[in-house]
Write a protein that binds this ligand. Structure first.
Ligand SMILES: NC(=O)c1ccc[n+]([C@@H]2O[C@H](COP(=O)([O-])OP(=O)(O)OC[C@H]3O[C@@H](n4cnc5c(N)ncnc54)[C@H](O)[C@@H]3O)[C@@H](O)[C@H]2O)c1
Ligand SMILES: O=c1ccn([C@@H]2O[C@H](COP(=O)(O)OP(=O)(O)O[C@H]3O[C@H](CO)[C@H](O)[C@H](O)[C@H]3O)[C@@H](O)[C@H]2O)c(=O)[nH]1
Length: 328
């Protein structure tokens, strides 16, 4: 099969590109390199240097070849930043999604996999894992913008027969176990790589956003999913998209508090992670844990890297081996 991957130079997209290649597919990447890296795209993979805000350029890529499917990772993706720059986030994520899906419909693409997010749930703390049927009530423009793209896909199916899978990832983390790819956001804002950099002595203290949440230790709880397990879910879902569009939550079903993440990094690295209290980060939900039963039942997906320590271990390895991140 021939697949187009938007955002394939980014963290999650680059790992899915590897999984697609490993599965024997033809892959091309569309990216504007705003946060992604050319060196994250494996040698030999064709690259379209295109901004999805440009509807004509986007349509040209879709018309360039017959595509068996499109995987859409390209996005602005930071919860906190979306609170500060809300209209920019809403516009970018909506318009880029609209341009892409419209071009897919126009060129007869029948399958789209979309990176949605747990951030469209938000709301009060939850004791139970969140199923797909839970109320959508984003706490941030980022979460809202992702839901807007889910709605575009809903109409693309009803009116044009484009089938889609919206995968609502919880917190993606880890790195390719073979060392071929890793997480390199600049600046880095995610908890696990930041805590590791403190452990490695590359940063001073970690700022812990919020210690007064209604959780067992006062810090937020997240469900971390290894990026390789996430990639495997994409391959399985692609094989199954056919008669109907689907929406799946994608996580391990186990939550870890931010303080437990710090402890895991200390355990795995053998180094102390200095941290200091900071105020809550606007837009953060207290608890986000996935119920991924539907995905497991429909596709047979089972995460292989489900413990936090394993996730931290692969991130640590990649950061040790690539102190400057991607350099080419
Ligand atoms: N990382 C997570 O924990 C997480 C969790 C839930 C959902 N997601 C979603 O998964 C996707 C990938 O996240 P990530 O962490 O890999 O992000 P990332 O920033 O590493 O990757 C995004 C990629 O998209 C490209 N891009 C951005 N805007 C573009 C545009 N207008 N035109 C073309 N290319 C563009 C960037 O250059 C980058 O290569 C995003 O859609 C994000 O919202 C991520
Ligand atoms: O320096 C930091 C960085 C993060 N945190 C805290 O750590 C937790 C996790 O934060 P991340 O920034 O690592 O991840 P988010 O949960 O904000 O968001 C990630 O997962 C979401 C899904 O849950 C999204 O889709 C989003 O794209 C992706 O960045 C949050 O409570 C955050 O406040 C800190 O305390 N200090």
């Amino acid at each position: 099969m021939r697949y187009l991957v938007t955002g394939g130079a980014g963290f999650v997209g680059s790992h899915v590109v590897l999984a697609l290649l490993d599965a024997g597919h033809d892959v091309a990447v569309l990216d504007n390199f705003s946060t992604g890296h050319r060196a994250a795209v494996p040698e030999g993979v064709p690259v379209y240097h295109v901004d999805l805000m440009d509807d004509q350029a986007t349509a040209n890529v879709l018309g360039d070849k017959p595509w068996d499917g499109v995987l859409h990772f390209a996005s602005l993706s930071l919860v906190g930043a979306s609170m500060a720059d809300s209209f920019h986030y809403l516009r970018q994520n909506y318009v880029t999604g609209l341009n892409l899906v419209q071009a897919c419909a126009a060129h007869g693409v029948k399958k789209i996999v979309f990176s949605s997010t747990a951030a469209l749930f938000g709301g009060p703390e939850r004791a139970e894992p969140i199923p797909e049927t839970a109320l959508v009530q984003p706490d941030s423009p980022y979460g809202e913008s992702k839901f807007m793209v889910e709605r575009i896909l809903h109409w693309a199916d009803r009116l044009y027969g484009v089938k889609s899978a919206c995968l609502r990832y919880f917190n993606a983390a880890g790195a390719d176990p073979h060392g071929r790819a890793g997480e390199d956001h600049r600046p880095e804002t995610h908890l696990i790589p930041l805590a590791i950099d403190v452990a490695l002595g590359r940063r001073s203290a970690l700022r812990l956003f919020g210690t007064d949440y209604p959780t067992h230790d006062g810090s937020c709880i997240r469900d971390y999913i290894h990026v390789t397990d996430l990639a495997d879910a994409h391959i399985r879902v692609l094989d199954q998209i056919g008669a109907r569009s689907v929406v799946y939550n994608l996580g391990n079903g186990r939550g870890y508090s931010n303080l437990e993440v710090i402890q895991s990094v200390e355990r795995v690295s053998g180094c102390r992670v200095a941290w200091e209290k900071a105020g809550r980060r606007p837009g953060d939900a207290a608890v986000l844990v996935a119920d991924s039963t539907s995905l497991r039942q429909d596709t047979g997906w089972t995460p292989q890297w489900s413990t936090l320590d394993k996730i931290v271990e692969t991130t640590l390895q990649w950061r040790k081996n690539n102190p400057e991140g991607y350099t080419r």
